[in-house]
Each structure stands twice: as C-alpha cells, then as structure tokens.
Write a protein that binds this ligand. Structure first.
Ligand code: BES
Ligand code: MN
Ligand code: ZN
Length: 495
C-alpha cells in the first residue's frame, strides 16, 4: 500500500472515500469534536449531525457509516468512523479506528481512501499503523481471494506538512509492514515452517537488511551442552536450530547496555509424549510467535538504527512424539549445568528457553527480554486481551510496560514472589519442568527466572494474544504479530 500525507482542503480532496473520526457522545456537537469533523459537517450542510440524530451512527469504537455523494465535496463517499468516548481516545483507539476503516474499505473493495487527522506525529503514526495492520488478511493459500481488494493508495490529510510527520509516517510504515511480515511467518502451517525453514527466513532477512546472522545446528548445540533444547528436539525428525541475530548501532561502541531478545520458536507443539488433545492442536503452529516477533523487531532495528546493541536468540524446534522422543521422567543437563527432570514433555517452551537464556548471558547480554507462547494458564488468567508481563527487575519491567503503552499493545504485570518456587521441587534433579495445577503461568516464569538470574529480565507470555480466535473490526482473525511493537518501542526509546 502506498501511504502519503497531504494538506489539501477536505472538500477539495478527490478520493473514493474520505474518512473522519467522530466520537461517542450525547449530542452530535460533542461527537463531532474534531476540527475536521466540524468542518465536514459545515461543508455538507449538516450531514454528519444528521447521521447522529438518525441513530445510524453513534460514534462507538470502530463503528463505520458510509454516506454517498456528500454535497460540496469532491470525495465520492464520506465515511464516519467511531472513535469511542473522546476522553478515552488515544493512540491505541486511533490505531483501531484506522484498522476498522481499512477493513470496512476492503469489504467494499474501495482502494484509494483518505483519512482526516488533526496533525500530530503520534496520530499520523497510529493511523498509518492501523491502516496497514487492518488491511492484512492471512489468505496466502486461498486460490480465490474472498476478502475484497487490498488498499492501494491511502492519503492522510493533515493541516500542515512537517518533517516530524513525514518521519512518523515512514517509521509507522516500516513497523506495521514488518508486523505483517511477522504475521505471515506465524500463519505458515508447520509443514511449511520447520526450524530449518525459519532459520532460512532469518538468514534471508538478515542479508537483505544488513544484520549478522548465525545458526547453530544440533552438532554445535551438543558440543556446547544444550541438553534441554536438544531433549525437546529429539522427538522430531526435523532438526532444531538456534537462530542468532546481531544488531550493532552505527556509532557508539561504548554502550554499557546490551539487550538480549529471546523468542520461543516451537514450529509445532504436539505436546510430545505428553501429547495434547487433538481438538485445536492445529493452532499449535503459532507456538513460534515469540520467535517471529523477535525476528520482526530485529528487521525494524536494521532499518531504524536504535542506539543500543541487541542480540536475538531464537531457539527453534518441533515438539513431536517420535520414537526417539524424550519421555516423562527423563533428566536433561542444561547449558547452565543445572539438571531438569522433564515431568511433562508439553512444558517444552521453558526447556528450550532455559538454554537460550544461558546462551544470551554467555555472549555478554546485560538485560534480557523474552516473548513466548508459554502457557495455557496465562490465557485462563488474562484471556485474549492482555499478555502477561513478568519481571525480575522493576526498572526494566517499567520500561517494557511504558513501551507497550506507547506502542498500543496491552500488557498486564504478573507476580514473581519467591513462594511460587516452592512447587518447583524434584527428587532426582535440580528442578522439575512443571509445578502443580495452580498459577501455571507464574511457575513457568519462575522456572525461566532460574536461568535468567542474576540479569534484569522480563518475560512476556503471549499465549493469549498472539492469535485472534475471532476477527476484530480492526484486525483479521489469526496471527497478530504481537508483541513486536513493544520490543521495537523499548529499544528505540532506550536512553
Ligand atoms: N505452547 C503451549 C502453551 C499454549 C497454550 C500456547 C495455548 C498457546 C495456546 C505450551 O508449550 C504448553 O503446552 N504449556 C502447557 C504447560 C503445562 C504442561 C505445564 C500448558 O499450558 O498446558
Ligand atoms: Mn507445550
Ligand atoms: Zn509450546
């Protein structure tokens, strides 16, 4: 999609559809609270107020109303897009409203719209990201595309052209297009996204954008002693891969910060010998969403050049119950030297991340952030709205939470009290890989903490947010690409 800024007067804009945001309010006057909405109401002789009075438009979040041939305008259609309550209207709401607009346009195969904005950089960014993300459909394997025509050319109308707005637009384009690239990776079925293929995609991306990339194979992993990662991999005939990517800032060689980004990449999680029920097992192709989001973040860094060095460590495996699969009760030795009793082969994410965390410490990372579709328990706790954010260091956790707010992704802080460790007791090894029934997302995080300590570390459990079970008005059903934008914001904002 081509996206551009323009300052032409709203009534002069020649377009298939000119959209404006209007709010949920008791009176049309209040609902038409933006400069652009008031202006369009005047130009059309009150069409917008009339839409409110008729009850056909209320301004509820993501609602849309199409009005044809508005008077005194060059646009073929005028589109009202609900912004929800004005007091609660921020970046996240605008991103969603723009997403809802994109989807409503796509449903009608309208490909060249314009959206009127007030003209702050943050608005340009949220609107551009929303349009690009809303326009995405995971329909690669549909021979006949049934979801309307994608947007070709969209114009953001702003009062004046400033360098800051152009910069915001360019950054939004890079971020949102990369998020859709992440969604494509996550949407791939497991027969087309094995650890080897994911590593190939990482290599291609790295050479396209100028990042260093290394892939450790199972031989190298066993030399190093990554028994936990290899234990998970051994049940599959697909070999594992430890994908490493390095971003180094152009200037500073003196940064004291070196961020390690880790992402769980289980290309298919059957559960292994502790096999999962067949219902919904197909979804377990998205168990590599954390790894894909980290790849996406690196793809953005290569283009936007943040100030701190970042190393990505992505353990990629397939968890299968083959004849050589590890058994419940097996003991593995991790890279850290700690031994683990594998009581449940379906708690595999923490096993591969244990070795990845140790590896990140070995290569000199000073701070660690991981993203993983780690537990069903986080979905029980937080549903599909928030991802869980666990942190061993309040300063780093606050940075991540602040980044998520700016980026428009939802995180909710979760506890890590020492008491939760009490359930992680094994008679035969240093640690079991599961606790008891309760607080499963927290015991999983406590397990990871054993390997992240003593570094400041944040863990994002994205099992509930990486995949949408149902389409939203602003986003297609399927992979979301989260929490890539939070990771991007965290690093770009690092001072
Ligand atoms: N990949 C799953 C977690 C998951 C569940 C992701 C639902 C997305 C949606 C993970 O590997 C897993 O199987 N976790 C187990 C842990 C249990 C065996 C302690 C779970 O949550 O059931
Ligand atoms: Mn599992
Ligand atoms: Zn898993």
């Amino acid at each position: 999609m081509q996206l551009r800024l323009d300052t032409i007067a709203l009534e002069q804009m020649e377009t298939d559809a000119l959209a404006v945001i209007a709010f949920q309010a008791d009176s049309p006057e209040e609902g038409l609270g933006s400069e652009a909405a008031r202006r369009l109401d005047q130009v059309t002789g009150g069409w917008l107020a009339e839409a409110y009075r008729s009850g056909e438009f209320t301004g509820k979040a993501c609602e849309t109303l199409f009005l044809h041939r508005p008077p005194n305008m060059r646009a073929k259609r005028l589109v009202l897009v609900g912004g929800g309550k004005r007091e609660r209207f921020g970046g996240l709401e605008l991103r969603r409203a723009a997403g809802a607009l994109a989807r409503a346009l796509r449903a009608r195969s309208i490909t060249a719209p314009a959206l009127a904005l007030e003209g702050e950089a943050a608005q340009v960014r949220a609107a551009a990201e929303g349009l690009i993300l809303g326009d995405y459909e995971p329909d690669r394997y549909k021979t006949e595309k049934k979801n309307g025509k994608p947007l070709e050319k969209a114009t953001l109308l702003v009062p004046s052209l400033e360098a800051a707005l152009e910069a915001a637009l360019e950054r939004a384009r890079i971020v949102a297009e990369t998020q859709n690239w992440v969604r494509d990776l996550v949407a791939e079925p497991a027969n087309r996204m094995t650890p080897t293929l994911l590593a190939e995609r990482a290599r291609e991306m790295a050479s396209e954008f100028g990042l260093e990339c290394d892939v450790l194979d199972s031989g190298r992993m066993s030399q190093l002693g990554m028994g936990a990662l290899l234990g998970v991999a051994q049940g599959s005939s697909e070999p594992p891969a430890l994908i490493l990517l390095r971003y180094r800032p152009p200037a500073a060689g003196d940064s004291v910060v070196h961020l390690g980004l880790l992402g769980k990449a289980v290309t298919f999680d059957s559960g292994g010998i502790s096999i999962k029920p067949s219902e919904n097992m197909d979804k377990m192709k998205y168990d590599m969403a954390g790894g894909a989001a980290v790849l996406g973040a690196m793809r953005v860094f290569a283009q936007l050049k943040p100030a701190i060095p970042v190393t990505a460590v992505i353990p990629a495996v397939e968890n299968m119950p083959g004849g050589r699969a590890q058994r419940p009760g097996d003991v593995v030795r991790t890279l850290s030297g700690k031994t683990i009793e594998v009581l449940n082969t379906d708690a595999e994410g923490r096993l591969i991340l244990a070795d990845a965390l140790t590896y990140a410490k070995r290569v000199g990372c000073t701070h660690l952030v991981d993203a993983a579709t780690l537990t069903g328990a986080i979905v029980v706790a937080l549903g599909h709205v928030n991802a869980g954010a666990f942190g061993s260091d309040q300063v780093l956790l606050d940075r991540v939470l602040a980044a998520a707010r700016v980026a428009g992704e939802k995180l909710w802080p979760m506890p890590l009290d020492e008491e939760y460790k009490e359930t992680l007791q094994s008679v035969v090894a240093d640690l079991p890989n599961i606790g008891n029934r309760w607080g499963g997302a927290i015991t999983a995080a406590m397990f990871l903490k054993e390997f992240a300590d003593p570094l400041p570390w944040v863990h994002l459990d994205i099992a509930g947010t990486a995949w949408l079970e149902e389409a939203k008005p602003y986003m297609a059903k399927g992979p979301t690409g989260t929490p890539m934008r939070t990771l991007v914001q965290l690093v770009l904002d690092w001072r």
